[in-house]
Write a protein that binds this ligand. Sequence first.
Ligand code: AMP
Ligand code: TRP
Length: 338
Amino acid sequence: MSGYQGPLRILSGIQPSGGMHLGNYLGAIRKFVELQHQYECYYCVVDMHAITVWQDPAKLRAQTFHIAASYLAAGVDPNIAAIFHQSAVGAHAELAWIFNCVARLGWIDRMTQFKDKAGKDKERASVGLYTYPVLQAADILVYKATHVPVGEDQKQHLELSRDIAGKFNHDFDAEDFFPLPEPLIKGPGARIMSLRDGAKKMSKSDPSENACIFLSDDSDVIARKIKKAKSDPEPLPSEAAGLEGRPEAANLVGIYAALSGSSDAEVLKEYGGQGFGVFKPALAELVVEKLSPISAELRRLEADPGFLQKTLGEGAARAAAVADPVVKEVKEIVGFLP
Ligand code: AMP
Ligand code: TRP
């Protein structure tokens, strides 16, 4: 790490581009809850990232409330962590422009998420989708965040944020102005796969409705999705090494381990030798047990948009109080007149 001496801070964000799912919960939000007691935390609903692909405006508003409500329902305390929507803090966009002029085309060309999301017809992708990771670097560095809890899919974007911070510090002779942010990825649940295909990550945008468990799914839907989850005809192995080459089995065991706070090895000690006819109902029961209190709270909060709007507004004011002075200083460093 660099010689950065500032306070330890956390920033993370989730896009309001669809429903909150089990992958988001295990890969991100669950960590947000634990970390709020150790660090100064900023949790953002990244609505500006969401519009890099088309969003219906009315749905975007509802989904922004949905993500904010999910943070709260999972246990993020707005009196401790600042919860806000990205577009409400103008400093993100201001810093993103400056970072667009720091980041190199070659760096952005390597980003695999752009390639995945733009698909074959990249000429028709928005310019925003291309510079998406630059805005993400601005989200993080506008708070001088030192740590970023995310799922494994965000590793490359975090490396880019470090490169941008390092290049800014170097080019403007501003040693240690920005920290080089560390990803917090490790732990069970960092990469939850689709229930229909063990080679694809669980994602809000999966066309198969059974691929993804949403926080808003009721118990019957969860049980049905797990029953239909792709598996294989073999019984579960009794040791973790036996999951190799069995991606669907590994994913289901991994979900069980992440939710029960144990390891694959411990789950297999209990279920090794059993078939999916026994394991799937046990998994469904565990998922329902862990998610149903959160989804009940989520429904309660979503019915109160006035409260959510107020919480987001207060969070945005707290966030801007940190971000605005950072941007002011960056503008001076770059050579803009006051
Ligand atoms: P997104 O829904 O793409 O905005 O992602 C929000 C957060 O959830 C990020 O930290 C992602 O890394 C994390 N995440 C998304 N999908 C998964 C998944 N399938 N497994 C684990 N973490 C995930
Ligand atoms: N790109 C992240 C994702 O798709 C979302 C995101 C935007 C983010 N800005 C961020 C995550 C800043 C962490 C920090 O999951």
